[in-house]
Design a protein around this ligand. Structure first.
Ligand SMILES: NC(=O)c1ccc[n+]([C@@H]2O[C@H](COP(=O)([O-])OP(=O)(O)OC[C@H]3O[C@@H](n4cnc5c(N)ncnc54)[C@H](O)[C@@H]3O)[C@@H](O)[C@H]2O)c1
Length: 257
């Protein structure tokens, strides 16, 4: 395993805290040269200093060129990890376009833009690794958070598309799909997160462990909560039954919030 990452040039977006910081620390510990990106320059710098990495602050949508230069010309691994979550405005209330637009930009288009910039060099070299921090919400859904659930489905679909299109040309793609992870984002999910995510929440380091196991086993789908596989099977086998069960959860949430 160490061989796959030792000395590799790795970029992790949204790595000033939470899952991204855990991924950056783990890649650093495995001997990679790590670019730590975050919108928050202070947090990016702090994590970079801690792991001997290089801080490249800014919007994850537009950092590939600077990250490539910081790594001496080559990006071997790109972790599209930065993400944002919003609660949904409910039908019947005025539609707020902003959460939808921002979620689309950060949760999907940042991945698309990075891949667009990285693919020419990866295809030419016949090697490259794209890691997408999606969410179990990208395979299933998340109550109360339509922009998040919808754009995470988009992120998953894009990772899947990258993998099927370029796997014979040396590209490795991993889609990490956890449920709750104890980070600032989880803390901000409010009563829906308390109900659905907190009871089985794991630590960011466990997500990094799952990714590294997945890299070792050469697997696309990384499930830090293994039970998510069963939920996906239930959803595919009987969509109406699954939706009825999810609606029970929705009703339970409505009585507690
Ligand atoms: N925490 C969870 O329960 C959970 C579960 C499943 C998936 N995820 C996903 O994991 C990823 C990381 O989430 P987290 O829980 O560590 O969140 P977090 O909020 O703790 O950390 C996210 C970091 O990304 C940064 N960021 C936000 N927008 C950015 C942008 N446009 N460019 C650069 N940096 C940006 C933030 O400043 C922050 O430091 C996200 O994609 C999230 O959707 C989180």
């Amino acid at each position: 395993m160490v061989g796959a990452v030792q000395d590799a040039g790795v970029v992790v977006t949204g790595a000033g805290g939470g899952i991204g910081a855990a991924l950056a620390r783990r890649f650093g510990a495995e001997g990679a040269r790590v670019v730590v990106n975050d919108l928050d320059a202070g947090r990016a710098k702090a994590v970079a200093e801690e792991i001997g990495g290089i801080a490249v602050p800014g919007d994850a949508s537009a950092i590939v060129a600077e990250a490539r230069e910081a790594l001496g010309g080559t990006v071997d691994v790109y972790c599209a990890n930065a993400g944002i979550a919003f609660e949904a405005g409910e039908p019947g209330t005025p539609l707020d376009e902003q959460p939808w637009a921002l979620s689309w930009e950060v949760n999907v288009m940042a991945h698309v833009r990075a891949a667009h910039e990285l693919l020419p060099e990866w295809l030419e070299r016949g090697t490259g690794r794209f890691v997408s921090t999606v969410s179990a919400a990208g395979l299933l859904t998340m109550i109360g958070a339509a922009p998040y659930a919808v754009t995470k489905h988009g992120a998953y679909a894009f990772a899947e598309w990258l993998s099927l299109t370029y796997r014979h040309r040396g590209l490795k793609v991993h889609a990490i799909c956890p449920q709750g992870v104890r980070t600032d984002m989880l803390a901000a999910t409010g009563s829906a997160g308390d109900l659905v995510l907190q009871p089985t929440a794991i630590e960011p380091d466990e997500v990094a462990d799952a990714l590294f196991k997945g890299i070792e086993e050469d697997r696309f789908l990384i499930l830090p909560h293994p039970e998510v596989a069963g939920y996906c099977q239930a959803r595919a086998a009987d969509p109406d039954r699954w939706l009825t069960n999810m609606n029970h959860l929705q009703q339970k949430w409505e009585t507690t919030r």
